[in-house]
Design a protein around this ligand. Structure first.
Ligand code: ADP
Length: 187
């Protein structure tokens, strides 16, 4: 597929993921699914108790959500059909190369699992935050490359999803995404 053809399918937005229209938004959750800070806190605050109720049901039926996997709930008070909760990896400090490569694989998996779960649920417009780049301290540039490449890889296999919105809350992430998408000819 020509990357240029993705211009209409990949959208870069600066802002709050709970405020931008989509069929489904992705939450950068933690394995407990019980809510947290950052984007997780914002989504639970805006969505209200339905989201936590659904997360608790998932906890009692399947247990925790492993890193790289994704689960789906209702969106509560937000104007989306659903919320997909995925768990990104915590970045490994220190020099252990294998651990870093493993974290990179898991971050890619978090994006792919979310896209596949959206497709399974017939959700065509999906918004992603910059998973793992907050308190999980994944290097922002590397995380952005992984996120964009995972989405390109998905589009090479499937054209079910119509639009992927990358929602950057921080200027720094927005600029990083802008540069990478420009370099690839997608913007
Ligand atoms: P993680 O634990 O995966 O690092 P965080 O929520 O700490 O998750 O951060 C992930 C990214 O989400 C960060 O880039 C942070 O700036 C961003 N973020 C925080 N609040 C929002 C929001 N309301 N909408 C979109 N992105 C957000």
């Amino acid at each position: 597929m020509k990357l240029e053809n993705l211009k209409n399918k990949i959208v870069l937005v600066k802002g709050d993921i709970t405020e931008y229209p989509a069929d489904v938004i992705v939450n950068a959750a933690n394995s407990s699914l019980m809510g947290g800070s950052g984007v997780d806190g914002a989504i639970h605050r805006k969505g209200g108790k339905e989201i936590l109720e659904d997360c608790m049901k998932i906890r009692s039926s399947q247990g925790k959500c492993n890193v790289g996997e994704a689960v789906i709930t209702r969106a509560g008070n937000m104007p989306f059909k659903n919320v997909i909760h995925t768990v990104g990896p915590v970045w490994q400090l220190g020099k252990n190369k294998e651990k870093k490569l493993f974290a990179e694989k898991l971050l890619k998996k978090a994006y792919i699992s979310s896209l596949e779960l959206a497709e399974k649920n017939k959700l065509k417009i999906i918004s992603f935050p910059n998973i793992s780049t907050g308190i999980y301290r994944f290097p922002k540039e590397l995380a952005a490359k992984i996120a964009i490449n995972a989405v390109i890889e998905y589009f090479e296999k499937s054209d079910f999803i119509e639009k992927v919105n990358f929602i950057c809350f921080e200027d720094e992430n927005f600029e990083i995404y802008q540069n990478i998408l420009n370099e690839k000819g997608i913007m």
